[in-house]
Design a protein around this ligand. Structure first.
Ligand code: ARG
Length: 463
């Protein structure tokens, strides 16, 4: 540690000794909060302009600060800035270096400001920006799904409940089920971004500041929707962090479920899809393997997204008003969730846009396992047999087929008539799983008409 700098810390006036090594290690956040540098400098610029407006900084001092901050920002961006561990966080690193470079004017920058309102500001600016990046990825993913749904309108596969074959559905319909969920995720993300819309700066440590801070000016400068009306709330609130972590957890769970299906579908037992080489790995021992590692890892990473939410919600649980140092612990969890959800979304986009669909395997699967049993029961119901009775009749047919090791297609109309006299020649068409989806008449069903309507509606949302 650089002893020269150590002496210049704000401890200088109040304390005679330095933090112990272990305490300094616990206290330091520089290794993770340095990613806030751009937002910190942006906030400082707006704050300095405001101090100039209310007569605390002269024009010359303001100019020096703005120039000094720009130089620091460029160096950090280029990777040539030398951070000092003598200053525990990004805020103090920047301020100390500014003062070293420009002298007295730098020492005035922190007038009417505390790191408590400063860090709350930086976090909101950071999250607003990152929410935009995540939003773009989400929309792109929905687009990839909608495009591939549009191309696979003719592909019929089994729909499952309890992972048992249930009824024939369009592959498009199955894909679109995820698109609708992602649309809700977009709603949650937007709400999380909107929760960052209040300006905390000007609240000071907790009570407000002894200067006529022009918060309205800073609000406009930084593009916030409103000024947070209570200075204590401003420095202690981390709801916006929770909102994002919750969004990321829910979205992560969705991606995880989708990945679980990709893992199943790409197995030799299902064989519904083939993931591209770019997202598939081999085994170090078994030469034949094509492992869906990327899908498995996205499924796995959803666990840390949920963990991050739990970590921060518990972090906040017992905190009294207002700022408590515990709040520093929100950052690594938030940063990890931001990085993780971006990575997972990008991975999903690549997997889905490069995946090959095996139409034949889906077709074979839907022709097995009595997937049209419900259609047969409905056929009988249409012929005035109460549905409960129809259900039982078809149950008996399935049981008898199973005992003989055959499926519906081996039965003649005569065979059907043994179970009920109302069966006619028209039962043959009912047995065809490829005709089943278009018999669905309800809104939101898997019929061609309804799936096309979904595609149209989704396209409107994402353009
Ligand atoms: N590094 C702190 C955080 O991330 C901000 C500094 C506020 N520190 C303080 N002692 N009031 O929350």
């Amino acid at each position: 540690m650089d002893n020269e700098k150590k002496k210049k810390k704000p401890r200088a006036g109040r304390f005679s000794g330095d933090l112990s090594d272990v305490a300094a290690k616990i206290s330091s956040s520089l290794h993770f909060d340095s990613r806030l540098y751009h937002h910190d400098i942006r906030g400082s610029r707006a704050h300095a302009k405001m101090l100039n407006r209310i007569g605390i900084l002269s024009d010359q001092e303001l100019a020096l600060i703005i120039k000094g901050l720009s130089g620091i920002e460029e160096e950090i961006k280029a990777g040539s800035f030398s951070f000092s561990e003598a200053f525990e966080d990004i805020h103090m690193n920047i301020e100390a270096e500014l003062t070293r470079r420009i002298g007295e004017a730098g020492k005035k920058l922190h007038t009417a400001r505390s790191r408590n309102d400063q860090v709350a500001l930086d976090m909101r600016l950071y999250l607003k920006q990152e929410s935009g990046a995540v939003h773009e990825l989400l929309v792109k993913l929905v687009r990839v799904i909608v495009d591939s749904a549009e191309k696979s309108m003719d592909i019929i596969m089994p729909g499952y409940t309890h992972l048992q074959v249930a009824q024939p559905v369009r592959f498009s319909h199955h894909l679109l089920a995820y698109a609708w969920g992602l649309l809700r995720d977009i709603g949650r993300l937007r709400a999380a971004a909107a929760a960052c819309g209040g300006l905390p700066l000007g609240s000071g440590a907790c009570a407000g500041v002894n200067y006529p801070a022009d918060r309205e000016f800073v609000r406009r400068e930084l593009g916030f929707e409103e000024i947070i009306p209570n200075s204590m709330d401003a420095v202690s609130d981390r709801d916006f962090v929770l909102d994002f972590l919750y969004f990321a957890s829910v979205c992560g769970v969705r991606l995880s479920r989708f990945c679980e299906e990709l893992v199943l579908w790409s197995s030799s037992e299902f064989g519904f899809v083939k993931l591209s080489d770019s997202v598939t790995t081999g085994s170090s021992i078994m030469p034949q393997k094509r492992n869906p590692d990327i899908a498995e890892l996205i499924r796995g990473k959803s666990g840390r997204l949920a963990g991050n939410l739990v970590a921060v919600i518990i972090l906040l649980k017992g905190l009294p008003m207002t700022y408590n140092r515990d709040l520093q612990e929100d950052k690594e969890r938030l940063f990890d969730s931001v990085d993780t959800i971006k990575l997972c979304l990008a991975g999903m986009i690549e997997m889905l846009s490069t995946m090959a669909v095996n139409t034949d395997r889906m077709r074979q699967a839907v022709f097995k396992n009595f997937s049209t049993a419900t259609d047969i029961a409905d056929y009988l119901a249409m012929k005035k047999i109460p549905f409960r009775e129809s259900h039982e009749i078809v149950g008996r047919i399935v049981r008898s087929c199973e005992e003989k090791g055959i499926d519906f297609f081996s039965l003649t109309v005569e065979d059907f008539r043994e179970f009920s006299p109302v069966f006619g020649e028209d039962i043959v068409e009912i047995l065809d799983p490829e005709k089943s989806p278009d018999r669905k008449l309800s809104a939101g069903s898997t019929s061609r008409k309804e799936v096309a309507a979904q595609i149209k509606a989704l396209k409107e949302y994402i353009t």
